[in-house]
Design a protein around this ligand. Sequence first.
Ligand code: NAD
Length: 498
Amino acid sequence: MTSIQHWINGAGTPGVATRTGPVFNPATGRQQAEVVLADPADVDTAVAAAGKAFESWGDSSLTQRQRVMFTFRELLVRHEDELARLISAEHGKVIDDARGEIVRGREVVEYACGIAEALKGSFSDQVSSGVDVHSLRQPLGVCAGITPFNFPIMVPLWMHPVAIATGNTFVLKPSERDPSASNFVAELYAEAGLPDGVFNVVHGDKTAVDAVLDHPDVAAVSFVGSTPIARYVHERATATGKRVQALGGAKNHAVVLPDADLEFAADHLTAAAYGSAGQRCMAVSVGVAVGDAGDALVDVLARKANEITVGPGDAPGTDMGPVVTAEARGRVIDAVRSGAEQGADVVVDGRELTVPGHEEGFFVGPSLLDRVTPEMDAYQQEIFGPVLSVARAGTVDEAIELINNNPYGNGTAIFTGDGHAARRFGREVSVGMIGVNVPIPVPMSYYSFGGWKDSLIGDSPIHGPEGVRFYTRNKVITSRWPHTSRTSGAAFHFPTTS
Ligand code: NAD
């Protein structure tokens, strides 16, 4: 049995803890490795290594940091195939989907390659006679990341390249379900010339997370995961004075107006609902059919859902892999059952699907529920699986009201040819990331990513300019270089300019 270890101070280590957790291959349902689960002492070792490394890395030149990022970016390109296979084997997603998350994560590294531009301060000449002011942003120290299973490389890449390029050191606690990609990344950083201790990986569960949240030498915590844990992390880490980014769950609606091209809209809804078996924070889980778009849309969606090829993520021609665990599969099946019991029409039922040769795998087929209403459990839960619910709305206003009444506000989309309706939708909807004829509007790395309401606890979106702000502190320096012969004695009034 392979044992997946921590990566601390530039080397793999089993740490001192004796607990381990299973890592499954979701396509076979069999355990393929075990991962060590850290004790607080292991977290302490990693934080100490990161603290020591910060003494020199925090003072490194922008040129040195950018060079490491450029090389790291090249290594991510060179090893894309191996990484994609590693991700697929532990997560279950299809290889092309894994490649997609590597590319989107790599874009954050590309942003970090230009960190010198993002870190430019400002300068004001002669704010008073002989006095100048300039501002600069400095790193915080040891920063930590706690990440979910569904994007084992992209979500950590939203964090550590920005943290490291701005001069911080980093301790990553990835999901214990698919931990290997993080160790691979640590090796690539080492090959790229990143000094030991700047990037560390500690594997673990709640015990490790709590040790990070309570650690006095951790300055900032970036969290991405489900809303209850995001709320917990935010409360506990801010209580010990840390900065916190805490991104939570989602229930993303895609609105289809009657004038939309239904084939186009349905293609995009299908891909956004069932891609990665629905395990994306920006997955479309609710289609809102407006006016008489409903029946025709559901017909096209059903046809497309039935055409999806489900199988192992590394098998050629597979559109959709398994879900991550047996529990996740059970949750999806329960959601479809409760939808049916509470009055939804089960138009496509994926509950009974089996994949020949992979009968023990965590497979569940695509399901399509129609006439879903807000009271139903299937609407209220973040199912996080391949289930697309269709709700009906009489008007755009009703669609906007439905979305605004939902506690989540991560992403949403509208499909229409009507610019006026699209503009109004974008302005009135209480959601952080909005697509117009774009189903999964994940912002580019030079913007920042973050939802509203229960999809983001606190006020710190991730990566891009907000990431730079999060991982640095501003300093404003007011300076005067007087001629000693021109001193005019002590003045006791509050200083003003002249
Ligand atoms: P999760 O909340 O179960 O786990 C996230 C992290 O928290 C993991 O590292 C896990 O080890 C840790 N954790 C779990 N339970 C904990 C506890 N009780 N105390 C302390 N730490 C704990 O999430 P997941 O199942 O891995 O990922 C799926 C969730 O992540 C979905 O809700 C999805 O919407 C969300 N997500 C959100 C975004 C976003 O950008 N908003 C992106 C990706 C995923």
